[in-house]
Every structure is written in C-alpha cells, then in structure tokens.
Design a protein around this ligand. Structure first.
Ligand SMILES: *Cc1c(COP(=O)(O)O)cnc(C)c1O
Length: 450
C-alpha cells in the first residue's frame, strides 16, 4: 500500500517530536525550533517523494537527523573563522589583519559593559572619543594630532571634504587610482565636494606641474601612495619634501594618502612609514588600520593640530565615526606597536624567515602524513609592496581527484581552509598560518584528501 502512495509513509510531526532523538535536540535548540525544522524536512519529503517513491522508506531517525543538520546549519554564524593558506598576509577578502590577543581582549572589555567612550572620568563631563589613540600616535609617528574613522577611504573623504571646502585638489595623473572593489580616488574626492585638478602624465609628474596648476581656488595638494600598483620604466614623481615646500610657500595643505599605515620603518618592508612621511613634511597623512598597522578596520588621520580642527568639526565625522569595540582594539594595537610589536600577528608574520615557514610546512607534512614541502613566493597584500614577493613555503599536493576538488572540499569543510592552486597542484602556503592553527589545518587536510 505504501508503495502505491508513498506520502502515507511520512510520519506525523508529533511522533517524531516525541522520540528520544528529537527530545535531545529540543533541549539544545528549543521544542518550537525543532518542530519547525521537522515540518520543513517533511514538507521537503512530500514535495520530492512523488518523483522518488523509494525515498519514502526513510526511518523516523533519518528525518530527525535531517532536522538536526538543518538546525546546526542555521545556528552556524555566516562569518566564520577561515585558515588563510593563500600565502597573502593581508588578504582583503579574508578580512585583512588578524587581531592580537590584547586587541581582542580590549574589545571584549569595552563591549561587555559601559565605558568612558565619550566621558571624561576626571571632570565628569563629555570627553573625546580619540583621547586614547592621540598620545600613542604622537609618540609612535610624531603627529601633533590624530583622529580615527571607519576605514581608509573614509579618512581621505573626511580630510579632503574638510580641507578643500569645495575648492580645488591637485593630484598627479599617475595617482588617480582604484583602491579596490571599484572605488576610485577621483570619485572619493568629488564626493567630498572638491574639484579635482589633474596634473602631469601617467608616468611623469614634476613639481613644476603642481606649481603651474595652483590657482586662487586651490586648497590642497594630494599625494596618493602607489600602494596596489607600480609604474615602471620612464617615471618621475614629486617627493614629499618638494611638495611640502611648495604647499608651505603657497599656503596650501599637503595631504598624503599612504594607504598601508606602516607605523615605523621595518627592515624588509620597503614601504614609507607614517613617521617618515610626517617628518618629510606632510601636513596630513591618512591610512588604514587593518593593513600593515595590523589592527581592526579603521582609517587614521594624522598630522597638524590646526588642520585637524576643521576635520573634527566636519559633519561627515559623525557619519564615519568609529565604534567602541574597534576603538578599543585599535588603541591596544597601537600600544603593542610601542611596547612589543612582535605580539601583533601581521608584524610577526612579516618578520618570519623562509626557514621558519619551511619548518612549519614540515611539521604540517608530518601531521598529515602526505605532501611535499616546497619553496614559494608569498605576498604582503592589502595594497602594500605590490609585485614584491616574499620567500615563503608551502605543502604541495597532487591529489588523485584533482587539486580543484580538494580545494573545494577544504573551503566547504567545518573548518574552512583557503589554499592556492598552482598548475594542477594544491598549495597550502604556511606564511599566514599560525602554529596554533596547525592541528586544525592538518585535520581539515586529512578529511579533504580522503
Ligand atoms: C587601501 C587603501 C585605501 C583604502 O583604505 P580602506 O581602509 O580599504 O578603505 C586608500 N588609499 C590607499 C593608497 C590604499 O592603499
């Protein structure tokens, strides 16, 4: 009879709900949620059964198991921890900089209760949101004043809106860059109400080009660091020192969008630092918090106190202001730059030697019992040091089912891993993998290779 009408084989929800497996599920997810999940599973079975008559022979346990999978999936956060085996330290799609333990602890402490976010505990009056980061940035980068907003793009938008005041901003044609995701510097400038005046050519811009373009409406000279590209060959650009003298002479502000936010010069990282850019004469410098600074997503504005005043008063600041969790994590990261930079994951990763990474790859090979340790080229990423590889090491696999298939299984596993495909090999690059992640990575690999 069931074979003639498979729908009759479907059990009633109540019977499933009263079974021991569903009772255990209810203790975890709540009875109503389990009931709803069971209904959904039965509904799905009702829809597919006429096409697949034999599927009607499922046991009660099988239906409950499907409901359990559904509930587990629903309970899983959409933003999940991923192991970054791409060999790119600041991978924008994977969330850029992982935070230091101290930064996470600071965010937790700030978020668990109330805080003196905008409250001066000494006077009992309203305080400033950036009271914590300002002295740190003074000490670390020698900036008179500092402000933090949501991200690097916000920092440029706010600084230019406040300083150009609808006037002209002069920028080199070689620096009209797209910073990723389709966002372009010229659009950010125009959005801020400023008029863009382009000077020079893509490959060569001289200081005289800037000087010749200055008019009565000019307010700002803007220099954008070539962070995610390089122009090679017959090139020329005006340096910060020359632009600074010109700006001073003509009563303009020199704004430098540095992008990556390297706090101080670092051996092996040929990027201009915040400190040296300010020392060279930039009036205002902007950068991201989650690139080489190694902190949370944020945008920093550093520089002269007299220029910071109109920036602080600009209405956009309210729209771009940082949340307390981020602010706490940012301050803790800056403190680490001062006291113990090696505790910042990004700094630690970029200071590793190729031998150290290779040793980690060997340890992983032992745990997995497969793979070949090879030398690779890793990258800083996040728009820093474009095209400049860093010596790294990977565990390479030539799986029988294909590298693409194993890469897919790794991405879709319980502990997602993102690796790299090179030719028909799967590379698990160890540059951006921490020692603590090795056991979990090994587990994921064993499962995906099985
Ligand atoms: C990354 C970058 C930005 C954008 O910073 P976000 O924090 O991603 O908004 C702007 N300018 C330069 C030069 C950059 O490298």
């Amino acid at each position: 009879m069931d074979a003639e009408n498979p729908l009759r084989a479907l059990p009633p929800v109540q019977r499933l709900l009263d079974g021991p497996e569903a009772m255990a599920l209810s203790a975890r997810h709540g009875r109503e949620a389990v009931k709803a999940a069971l209904r959904q599973v039965l509904e799905e079975a009702r829809r597919t059964l006429p096409a697949l008559p034999m599927a009607g022979r499922q046991s009660d346990q099988a239906f409950v198991a499907q409901a359990r999978d559904l509930l587990d999936l629903r309970a899983r956060p959409s933003l999940r921890r991923v192991i970054n085996a791409t060999g790119i330290v600041l991978h924008t799609n994977l969330g850029r900089a992982p935070l230091a333990a101290e930064a996470l602890a600071a965010a937790e402490e700030a978020g668990a209760g109330y805080s003196n976010l905008e409250f001066d505990l000494g006077t009992g009056r309203r305080g400033s949101r950036t009271q914590g980061i300002e002295p740190l940035l003074q000490e670390l980068a020698g900036s008179e004043a500092a402000l933090a907003v949501n991200n690097g793009a916000g920092a440029i938008l706010l600084a230019l809106s406040a300083l150009a005041q609808g006037g002209e901003v002069i920028v080199s044609r070689g620096e009209l860059v797209e910073i990723g995701g389709g966002f372009r510097i010229p659009d950010v400038i125009r959005q801020g109400g400023a008029k863009l005046v382009e000077v020079g050519s893509t490959n060569r811009t001289r200081i005289t080009d800037y000087a010749g373009a200055i008019g009565p409406d000019t307010r700002v000279l803007l220099k954008v660091h070539q962070s995610n590209y390089r122009i090679h060959g017959f090139t020329e650009e005006a340096g910060i020192e020359a632009l600074s003298s010109l700006a001073r002479e003509r009563g303009l502000a020199l704004v430098v969008d540095l992008g990556s936010g390297l706090v101080r010069c670092e051996p092996g990282l040929a990027e201009p630092s915040l400190a040296e850019t300010l020392a060279a004469g930039a009036d205002i410098v902007t950068c991201s918090g989650d690139k080489l600074l190694g902190g949370p997503q944020a945008g920093l504005i550093l520089g002269r106190e007299d220029l910071m005043a109109p920036i602080r008063r600009h209405p956009l600041l309210r729209a771009l202001r940082l949340d307390k969790l981020t602010l706490a994590a940012l301050e803790a990261t800056l403190r680490l730059h001062r006291d113990s930079p090696d505790r910042i994951p990004v700094m630690r990763m970029l200071r590793q030697t190729a031998a150290e990474i290779s040793a980690r790859a060997s340890r992983l090979a032992e745990l997995v019992g497969a793979g070949e340790v090879i030398g690779t080229e890793g990258f800083t990423g996040g728009g820093s040091l474009p095209g400049e590889g860093r010596p790294s090491a990977a565990l390479a696999f030539d799986p029988a089912c294909g590298a693409v298939e194993v890469a897919r299984r790794l991405r879709e596993g319980d502990h997602p891993v993102v690796g790299r495909i090179a030719g028909d090999r799967l590379l698990i690059d160890l540059m951006a993998v921490s020692d603590e992640e090795l056991p979990r990575l090994a587990c994921a690999l064993v499962l995906a290779l099985a």
